[in-house]
Ligand binder design. Structure first.
Ligand code: ADP
Length: 406
């Protein structure tokens, strides 16, 4: 029996009519599948009323689930996003397995399990997640993905500064620019003048600002548009993680592309993670996207280590605080979702100029960071992340709690 594939999803939607009679296949813009998990994006530019969007999403879920049921194909989770012309999500929804469906047995039957043992080990009521099949990266203790619901919220800025902050706290840290659609590390770490070295088919990471870093930006012509699609994105991501000579690392931070897509699926399936950090600005629209990113990580079986609120407020030269985007919005969202809050990063001109000049270390010195607020905020983020990683390791059974009696 063949398993869940992109072609299967395309065929299921192609054959079905939407609430307005238009075939769903005509609206399909993007599809990704991975071991019983499917994610689709459909054009809903012409659909505006909430009720109509709901009806369209229901039809999409119904069509894929019905076809899967008919063909006996395991569908652990389906993520449906209805988008406008600009790609902004108007409605996102997720459905799980059918009640009573033994998803593990079906995945094994579909030949989607990597080994019989893995498929048989979890209790039948729990669907296997892509993360459960992933393997550890040799020599790397903790892999942390940094994601965001949308671009421009400061995901790369937070990734770089978290990596440098952890290194300044004495850890061996690697940073991978997994944002293969728009790599930022060449600029943020001033890698432009450095040459990439490859030894015996292994890529040597750059060593700069106390961290080891690698970016797809050094492997492609920066003038050419990055049209990495499905399989190419998959291959590029795997090559960057597996063929980089990371050495021994305490933390490997991965800067993911924004949104939900092929790269997080590939990562979840191939790399065992300690968890993910979600970067969000305080506005309501950014939070809505962050909630979707949180759902995606959870669906992939990835622990969420916490939420970072970026651009939370502006502190002027006069020391006065200006609330521009509505400080605290991301923290309240984290509370609502029951997720840890790691801290906030103020809007800071030095942070931007230090990023543009490729000097993140300057963010940790009051003189070059526009005062004490930025270094303190970054230090607190790193500390909170360390604690959350330790807690996640205990939850995942990687370390035992230490009992200290004093
Ligand atoms: P993303 O990775 O989410 O697309 P970036 O990290 O590339 O976003 O940030 C987008 C722009 O915003 C960059 O120019 C960056 O320097 C700037 N930026 C990010 N966070 C802040 C902040 N807290 N204060 C000032 N500028 C910021």
């Amino acid at each position: 029996m063949s398993g869940l594939s992109k072609d299967f999803v395309r065929a299921a939607l192609g054959a079905a009519a939407g609430p307005d009679g238009r075939p769903l296949g005509e609206r399909l813009e993007w599809v990704a599948t991975c071991d019983g998990y499917a994610s689709v994006k459909l054009d809903a530019e012409d659909v505006t009323a909430k009720g109509d969007l709901d009806a369209l999403a229901r039809r999409v879920h119904g069509a894929v689930r019905a076809a899967a049921g008919e063909k006996g194909i395991a569908l652990a989770s389906l993520i449906v996003e209805l988008v406008d012309k600009a790609g902004t999500v108007k409605l996102g929804s997720t459905t799980g397995p059918r009640p009573g469906e033994d998803i593990n047995a079906k995945l094994a039957e579909d030949g989607q399990a990597t080994s019989g043992e893995q498929a048989a080990s979890p209790p039948p009521s729990q669907p296997r997640s892509p993360q459960e099949q992933a393997s550890a990266l040799p020599g790397v203790r903790h892999v942390i993905a940094v994601g965001a619901g949308k671009g421009g919220v400061g995901k790369s800025t937070v990734s770089v500064n978290l990596a440098v902050a952890l290194a300044r706290r004495g850890h061996a840290v690697g940073l991978m620019d997994g944002d293969i659609y728009g790599p930022s590390l060449p600029t943020m770490l001033a890698l432009d003048a450095m040459d990439l070295n490859v030894h015996e088919r292994m890529i040597e990471p750059f060593f700069t600002h106390g961290i080891r870093a690698i970016t797809i930006g050094k492997m492609v012509d920066p003038e050419k548009p990055l049209i990495w699609r499905g399989p190419m994105a998959h291959g590029a991501f795997k090559q960057l993680t597996e063929q980089t000579n990371w050495g021994e690392l305490d933390y490997l931070i991965i800067d993911l592309p924004p949104g939900t897509g092929d790269v997080p699926l590939t990562m979840a399936q191939s790399l065992q993670l300690s968890g993910a950090v979600i970067v969000c600005t305080p506005q309501k629209v950014a939070q809505d996207d962050a909630v979707r990113a949180a759902r995606m990580f959870q669906q992939l079986g990835i622990d969420i280590l916490g939420v970072v609120e970026n651009m939370s407020e502006f502190i002027g030269d006069d020391g006065k605080r200006y609330d521009i985007f509505g400080k605290g919005g991301a923290e309240r969202m984290a509370q609502r979702l029951g997720l840890p809050f790691l801290g906030d990063v103020p809007i800071n001109t030095s942070l931007r100029t230090n990023s543009d000049s490729g000097d993140p270390s300057a963010n940790f010195v009051a003189k070059t960071a526009g005062g004490d607020a930025l270094p303190a905020a970054l230090e607190k983020l790193a500390q909170n992340l360390e604690s959350q990683v330790s807690l996640a390791s205990m939850r995942q059974g990687k370390t035992k709690p230490k009992l200290t009696i004093s």
